[in-house]
Ligand binder design. Structure first.
Ligand SMILES: Nc1ncnc2c1ncn2[C@@H]1O[C@H](COP(=O)(O)OP(=O)(O)OP(=O)(O)O)[C@@H](O)[C@H]1O
Length: 428
């Protein structure tokens, strides 16, 4: 089938063939390397270790940390964990790229917790920067779980004015790990005197690094530079993301001594556990008809629906609530409390369908999302990868449906190469 045929097929809403699952639990190093390609670049790269037991033996991981991994249900490391954990345990700086839902959070938390070892009462020694507050809170939860019984204390900012008073450096001494969004952190750093001190930071982790490197009004590049400087020259840096940009790769190569770059799978492709469907809906009205059609056929919750703006999210919410669907919406016009309550209700299964904007596109790990609907066509291939990556996580299967109209066709054409890449991966 040539490229034109593929495009014709896509444009009439052809279904992608369901891809084969990639096992998230490798049986041994050899099989893991065979199932999931792990590529490393750097000098003297520490070998990947296929079990947590091997990591414990090689790097003397504490029994309590091992127990916490076990209690989290992490019996074997995921592919990124097999390689990134040993690299960071050797205090090597890392630039890591691995698919959505592949366990990158624990890949950086385990070595950080191992190095910090126990509370020292000297303030933050590790900093994890996340693009959204929702992701920061989620990382805090995982961090707190993995630190249980070790005594390390992690913190994320909640109320900015309180934080201003609370986080004068003296009072922050009881915390070891800070998980923060760039805007809040920079606000506190810029108080006179600074309301947060980062002098003792040993590890600076940039999660969703390509997002945080973006410039422009929605980017965090300037804030990141301020944070980077505040951490002092001795902090080790680690960059993690599901998507790769040449800019971050080049920057890391130039600025991070002894860097190890780790890539799991093929760069900038969707996770293989998601069945993908493109549906041509003609025009704007067609989207609502297609949506109602999906509901009529029967949706299996939980379902996430992505739209391009908060205004559009509100409009769709009114339509779906009118249809009697158990739905809520999350976007930047809602208060922090409302956002927290909505996320909690969705996690607990009290809300079945969650309408969201790009805000929820990165990093958010809702267990068992069955279906992601791109009601509005994503604005880039990178956005597509992250959005549909909210399903098919941790080796589970998932489904994504993307609506497109006549107006989206130029964009679809721009994605063409990317979509062909998925296509050829699925059919070869
Ligand atoms: N070793 C493991 N075994 C089983 N499950 C794991 C393991 N490590 C992580 N997980 C689970 O996998 C899911 C995805 O992990 P995580 O959120 O860290 O993914 P991610 O790679 O950061 O994804 P994204 O790119 O979307 O941010 C989580 O529910 C997490 O609890």
């Amino acid at each position: 089938m040539d490229s034109f045929d593929i495009f014709k097929k896509l444009s009439v809403g052809a279904k992608f063939k369901k891809p084969e699952k990639i096992a998230i639990k490798p049986e041994n190093e050899k099989s893991s390397a065979k199932q999931v390609k792990i590529k490393t670049v750097g000098d003297n790269v520490p070998p990947a270790l296929s079990t947590f037991d091997l990591m414990k033996k090689t790097y003397s991981l504490s029994p309590v940390l091992m127990e916490n991994l076990n209690k989290s249900g992490y019996t074997e490391p995921t592919p990124i964990q097999t390689q990134a954990i040993p690299v960071m345990l050797q205090k090597r700086q890392i630039f890591a790229c691995a698919p959505t839902g592949s366990g990158k959070t624990a890949a950086f938390l385990v070595p950080v917790i191992h190095h910090l070892n126990k509370p020292l009462n000297k303030g933050f020694r590790a900093l994890i920067v996340s693009p959204t507050r929702e992701l920061a809170k989620q990382t805090l939860r995982e961090c707190t779980r993995l630190c249980e019984g070790i005594g390390l204390r992690a913190h994320t900012f909640t109320k900015i004015n309180k934080d201003k008073e609370k986080f004068n450096p003296k009072l922050a001494q009881k915390f070891d790990i800070l998980i923060a969004t760039p805007n809040r952190l920079v606000f506190l750093l810029q108080q006179e005197p600074p309301a947060v001190e980062l002098d003792n930071i040993e590890w600076l982790i940039i999660d969703e690094s390509d997002k945080l490197f973006e410039t422009g009004v929605r980017g965090f590049r300037d804030q990141l530079a301020t944070i980077y400087k505040a951490c002092g020259p001795n902090a080790k840096r680690a960059m993690f993301s599901a998507t790769y940009t040449v800019e971050v790769a080049k920057w890391s190569k130039k600025n991070l001594d002894g860097l190890v770059a780790v890539t799991v799978g093929n760069r900038n492709t969707t996770t293989t556990t998601v069945e993908q469907d493109l549906v041509f809906v003609g025009n704007e009205e067609g989207k609502l008809i297609a949506m109602r059609d999906l509901v009529k056929k029967g949706l299996t919750p939980p379902v996430l629906i992505f739209l391009q703006s908060k205004e559009r999210a509100k409009e769709l919410f009114s339509e779906l609530i009118y249809d009697g669907i158990n739905v809520d919406a999350i976007h930047s016009d809602r208060t922090q409390q409302q956002r927290d309550n909505t996320v909690k209700a969705f996690r607990e299964g009290k809300i079945w369908v969650l309408i969201c904007t790009e805000l929820m596109g990165r990093g958010i790990d809702f267990k068992g999302v069955n279906l992601v609907i791109n009601y509005d066509f994503p604005s880039s291939a990178i956005s597509y990868i992250h959005r549909i990556g909210r399903t098919g996580r941790a080796g589970r299967s998932g489904k994504a449906v993307t609506f497109f109209t006549n107006d989206d066709k130029p964009m679809l054409r721009r994605y063409f190469l990317f979509l062909c890449k998925i296509f050829s991966l699925l059919y070869n």
